[in-house]
Design a protein around this ligand. Structure first.
Ligand code: PSU
Ligand code: MN
Length: 340
């Protein structure tokens, strides 16, 4: 049916994750989905859970900072002052979509680095069929798994977007079409200026994806290493509660698109942004010069910018991911209250 299911009909209609906490996604029975015991118990009890991606671990940061950061982000969620939030890191391991990783699995993923398969929607079949491959899920891939498991909120660093030079390359991240088709809220620090941010926001608008800036004294969508992109988001809220209310209403209405919550980088870590920007410009030039295309483009840019800034961009990247986790824990907590 194309009509949103109301709470009262949720017992008889195919159940949307958003309808109520007891109502588990119809996809939750997939034989290829493996949800950890801790995550399963938290979801069943209506306690807050936050999904986390794994491409940021394998392709977004070097080893061993990647594993350390992943564990620290999980620890920030668990130590959330109001009440613990359960982390659910997503990856494809041993031919299963794993939601909630052990420390050992995180270590395998971090060590695999670029040998892991960067996994967006199109890559699932290939990675699942090859039982030995490790699939590191992107924002797109992680949203799919989170939705399958019934997790409405997901925290990461930055989303993919419309690439600069799109009119030549047609390079638009699968994250954007995923946001248009999968009802999960993604908390991030905006989009990196490796991307065309104005066109990314236009694309999200076309896909029916609300963009919400949180805790900003301006309506601007953040731009990863800088607090403001100069382009307004759909709306701007000051509190995690107000943010959760919009997410809750959007999901409860049965809309099938996701949402983006942009959390500006803390100002203490944004001072080096013009130095980082010059590294980004150089790395972008190298992408064209070397003829890098397709799924290789973003990992190349991320690694090259880390290299060129000798760790300055990595420090900012780690700081903003942790800040997003702290904010995401607050939003997840408010969202759980609204859903219970
Ligand atoms: N941007 C970042 N860090 C990242 C990514 C993007 O600042 O780690 C990763 C995310 O996993 C995102 C993916 O989903 O890159 C997008 O890749 P592509 O541009 O090829 O769609
Ligand atoms: Mn691409």
């Amino acid at each position: 049916s194309s009509h949103p299911s109301s709470a009262s009909s949720s017992s008889s209609s195919p159940c949307l994750v958003a309808a109520s906490r007891r109502c588990v996604s119809a996809l939750a029975n997939s034989p290829l989905l493996s949800v950890s015991e801790e995550v399963r118990a938290a979801l069943a009890a209506g306690r807050p859970v936050v999904a986390l991606e794994s491409t940021i671990v394998s392709h977004g940061m070097p080893y061993p900072e990647n594993v350390r950061t992943a564990l620290e982000v999980e620890a920030i969620l668990r130590a959330h002052p109001a009440a613990p939030v359960v982390p659910a890191t997503v990856a494809i391991i041993d031919g299963k979509i794993q939601v909630g990783l052990s420390q050992e699995q995180l270590e395998r993923l971090g060590q695999a680095g670029h040998k892991a398969v960067k996994t967006s929607r199109r890559d699932f079949g290939q990675v699942l069929a090859s039982k030995s491959a490790i699939g590191a899920t992107t924002v797109s891939g992680t949203m799919i798994a989170a939705h399958m498991a019934g997790i409405p909120l997901f925290v990461t660093g930055g989303i993919g977007g419309v690439h600069r030079g799109v009119l030549e390359t047609y390079d638009v991240s699968a994250d954007l079409t995923e946001l248009g088709r999968t009802p999960v809220a993604v908390v991030c620090a905006g989009a990196k200026s490796i991307l065309d941010i104005p066109r990314t926001l236009e694309y999200l608008e076309t896909e029916g994806v609300p963009t919400i800036t949180l805790g900003h004294n301006s309506p601007d969508f953040p731009a990863f290493f800088t607090p403001s992109s100069g382009i307004p988001a759909m709306t701007h809220v000051e509190t995690e509660q107000a943010c959760a209310e919009i997410i809750h209403a959007h999901l409860r209405a049965g809309l099938t698109s996701g949402l983006v919550v942009g959390v500006p980088i803390p100002t203490a870590f944004s001072s080096q942004s013009s130095f980082i920007q010059s590294a980004i410009d150089q790395a972008l030039g190298e992408v064209s010069a070397r003829g890098i295309t397709g799924k290789e483009t973003t990992p190349f840019l991320l690694a090259r910018v880390n290299e060129l800034t000798k760790g300055v961009s990595l420090t900012a990247n780690i700081a903003l991911v942790k800040n997003n986790a702290a904010k995401g824990a607050g939003i997840a907590t408010e969202l759980a209250k609204l859903r219970n």
